[in-house]
Design a protein around this ligand. Structure first.
Ligand SMILES: Cc1ncc(COP(=O)(O)O)c(C=O)c1O
Length: 478
């Protein structure tokens, strides 16, 4: 049966919630989020619930509405009580994310007003807010005023933006790509290699440079490889260093690598997704001074600024390099053309329409000021050092003294198979506690347990909880 226009309007008006409906929905959602936050520490830091997932799988989209209370029950059981609880203080696996409250407020406002943050003309204020966040980060890492930058969904997309800028700036084409050389280490995050592949740069020679005992890029080996490649008639093109690797949290010797990048006319990219915001901490300022010498940097505010998932950032020193790879014009966009100092975010990123993610960061930094961020980062550094010293006293083998907030540790019975088994058992014991979530890694064939202290809610008590579990485990083994 064909519906009349009036009937269509009546039905479509259901998308425009009235004020009574809005306040009821808000009440339910705020109640849910308050309960969640008030009891966040009681939610196991890792859990499985196959029944809840089965129930969610059966929930189909229907023509008719469902009440918010029912939907919140599904979210509560199948989402917020399964898997990792990344906002919980016991989450120390991988590189943990954040989940600060102002992020939620910023997202709420951004979604309600639905301001368009991709083009200056569409919303100068929204674009200025993103620009202010970018400029603040650029100042932090020592970039000049005329840089380009962009807030992305995360570090991986930010990396893709940097790598494509490098490719276009160095005029890499299908004809010359096979002559180019890219340098990285085994510790480089896989998102860099993914970006290299997406940018069709995997046809280049990719050199994995050896590392020293601290898992840093060996600068002498890099210099040697650069010379060897030049003498073979190849073109060194891109050097990728890390400021905070996922496995070990090390920072490559950035200043020395930068000097080689300049000497050999290479684009120098730094993955500072994890470590970049530690430039806020005075004790690490010198170690991170080489950030300023790079051509591009990736930082992850959803790691180092503890924002909820969904915000990465790329900084590109040379504006025109950023524009060369992303700038486009289309007839239907002609009204948006105009003179302004602030770059259109869409001119330096693959995204056109984008989430107004600047608001969550801008609001977060203003609502508390920078001081608590600096303190939290310094606190996490000290907690990792405290754990390193304490777990070693318990008789565990430890990795290098933490540069950032990762600490590697393990038990050893003297043979690889036995070591793997015992450490897997320890990991399971920790996960079963529900108090601490850890992840493991393998370095040079050796199985390691690792912590990465990066949740803003993690404090000394959580480290002591982990030490207690490990001590009890020791007693059982002993
Ligand atoms: C060192 C490092 N670089 C890059 C990334 C990728 O960032 P994202 O997960 O935000 O895409 C990660 C992710 O955990 C990381 O730890």
């Amino acid at each position: 049966m064909e519906l009349s226009l009036e009937m269509l309007e009546q039905e479509s008006r259901k998308l425009d919630f009235n004020s009574t409906q809005r306040s009821e929905l808000l009440k339910a959602v705020i109640h849910y989020s308050e309960e969640f936050l008030d009891h966040i520490e009681e939610i196991p830091v890792y859990q499985e619930s196959p029944e809840a997932l089965e129930r969610l799988a059966e929930l189909t989209f229907e023509e008719q509405a469902r009440p918010i209370e029912d939907l919140l029950k599904y979210i509560g059981t199948a989402v917020d009580n399964t898997g990792i609880n990344p906002a919980g203080s016991g989450h120390m696996g991988y590189v943990p994310g954040g989940g600060t409250f102002p992020t939620a407020l910023g997202d709420f406002l951004a979604a309600i007003t639905n301001r368009y943050a991709g083009i200056y003309y569409a919303n100068p204020g929204a674009v200025m807010i993103e620009d202010q966040c970018i400029r603040w980060m650029a100042k932090l890492v020592g970039y000049p005023d005329l840089h380009a930058g962009n807030l992305s969904s995360g570090g991986s997309i930010a990396t893709l933006t940097a790598i494509t800028a490098a490719r276009n700036f160095h005029k890499i084409t299908p004809e010359n790509v096979r002559n180019q050389v890219i340098y990285h280490t085994q510790q480089t995050h896989h998102c860099v290699l993914k970006a290299v592949r997406m940018a069709a740069l995997d046809f280049a020679h990719i050199r994995r440079i050896p590392m020293n005992d601290e898992y840093q890029m060996d600068v002498a080996a890099l210099a040697h490889q650069l010379d060897a490649d030049l003498s073979q008639g190849l073109t060194p093109f891109l050097i990728v260093a890390s400021a905070g690797t996922t496995d070990t949290g090390i920072i490559d010797p950035l200043e020395q690598i930068a000097a080689l990048a300049t000497r050999y006319n290479c684009w120098f990219h730094i993955d500072a997704a994890y470590g970049g915001f530690f430039a806020l901490v005075p004790a690490l300022k010198d170690r991170l001074s080489g950030l300023s010498k790079s051509d591009s940097i990736v930082l992850d505010p959803h790691k180092g600024l503890f924002l909820s998932y969904g915000t990465g950032a790329v900084l590109i020193k040379n504006r025109s390099a950023a524009l060369q790879s992303q700038f486009y014009r289309a007839n239907y966009m002609q009204d948006a053309d105009g003179e302004h100092i602030i770059l259109n975010p869409s001119d330096v990123s693959p995204e056109l329409t984008k989430h107004f993610r600047g608001l969550r960061m801008w609001l977060s930094l203003h609502l508390t000021g920078i001081k608590p961020y600096r303190a939290a980062l310094e606190e996490k550094l000290r907690l990792a050092q405290y754990f390193h010293a304490s777990v070693s006293k318990l008789g565990y083998e430890v990795g290098p003294k933490p540069t950032l907030t990762v600490c590697l540790f393990r038990q050893s019975v003297g043979n690889l198979e036995g070591d793997n088994e015992i450490n897997r058992r320890i990991l399971n014991t920790i996960l079963k506690s529900g108090k601490v979530f850890l992840s493991s890694t393998t370095l040079d064939g050796v199985f390691w347990l690792r912590i990465c202290v990066m949740v803003f809610r993690t404090h000394k008590k959580n480290i002591d909880d982990l030490l207690d579990i490990l001590q009890m485990n020791e007693q059982r083994i002993g």
